[in-house]
Design a protein around this ligand. Structure first.
Ligand code: CO
Length: 264
């Protein structure tokens, strides 16, 4: 799988509680057709957003489905899940994004669950040269369909017309960043181009201006500020918990909950 790892190339490039952000974008199926075959997760969430393209997923408990263009899958691994994510051959360019979000220690061993959100469920608000898809959180009184999360996250997909500004109020101590997918923006006196990320410092609001138009993912969330013990697809607080998880995998006793709640 060829992809651009925007965050999480090493432990210093994570943005608490975000561990990783992958952008898989290609018009060549050979780049993505091998996908992500069977692998475990514990102690974290994966959030997959397809702009274009389709990903088939299945898990150790027999759940199956397809994330289609415009859809989101918000998967809480919690105590443990074994799944696969396999992109389908797609005509034209595929663009998808996957975040890994850490879970707080209190919720690491929660029951696994999926949220499958279809594109029709995601409200778009349009105003003054902006088109904002509200995936999670709230903007101008419009709330996204992903609610009651383990940790509260704002997740917007923003399209800015040329010469327009996106402004958003955030509270002081949040982790706030945007990943520019198309075009470029100006923020904090810098030009940030497609393929780059802008991380905002402490403050009460963000302002992003685009001279020629842009589309970006915008995220804000409260950091966990907890110790992170991370190996591959398993993210716990201590080495001991990590070792236990891998031991349980070896012994075939990794899966704790066979009741996989599917929420929509
Ligand atoms: Co996975």
């Amino acid at each position: 799988m060829k992809l651009r790892r925007v965050l999480g190339n090493d432990k210093n490039s994570t943005l608490d509680p975000f561990l990783l952000l992958d952008h898989f974008g290609s018009d060549n199926p050979n780049d993505y057709i091998n996908g992500f075959p069977w692998h475990p997760h514990r102690g974290m969430e994966t959030v997959t957003y397809m702009w274009t393209g389709e990903v088939e997923h299945g898990d150790s408990m027999g759940n199956k489905g397809t994330i289609k263009s415009g859809d989101i899958q918000w998967m809480t691994a919690g105590s443990g899940i074994i799944h696969q994510e396999m992109p389908k051959k797609y005509d034209g360019r595929m663009d998808g994004f996957q975040f890994w979000v850490n879970l707080p220690w209190k919720k690491k061993m929660t029951n696994p669950k999926y949220r499958g959100i279809e594109k029709e469920q995601i409200p778009t608000i349009g105003k003054d040269g902006q088109k904002v898809k509200v995936i999670a959180g709230r903007i101008d009184g419009t709330e996204g369909p992903v609610r009651d999360l383990s940790i509260e996250i704002e997740y917007f997909d923003v399209e800015l017309a040329a010469g327009k500004t996106f402004e958003h109020v955030t509270s002081r101590n949040l982790t706030v960043f945007a990943y520019i997918v198309n075009g470029s923006i100006e923020a904090q006196d810098k030009v940030i181009k497609n393929g780059q990320c802008v991380v905002f410092g402490e403050g009460d609001s963000v302002k992003m201006f685009s001279k020629d138009g842009a589309r970006f993912l915008f995220v804000s969330v409260e950091p966990l500020k907890e110790p992170v013990a991370w190996r591959g697809p398993i993210v716990m607080n201590t080495e001991e918990e990590l070792n236990k998880a891998f031991e349980e995998l070896d012994k075939g006793i990794f899966i704790k909950s066979h009741k996989l709640a599917k929420l929509s």
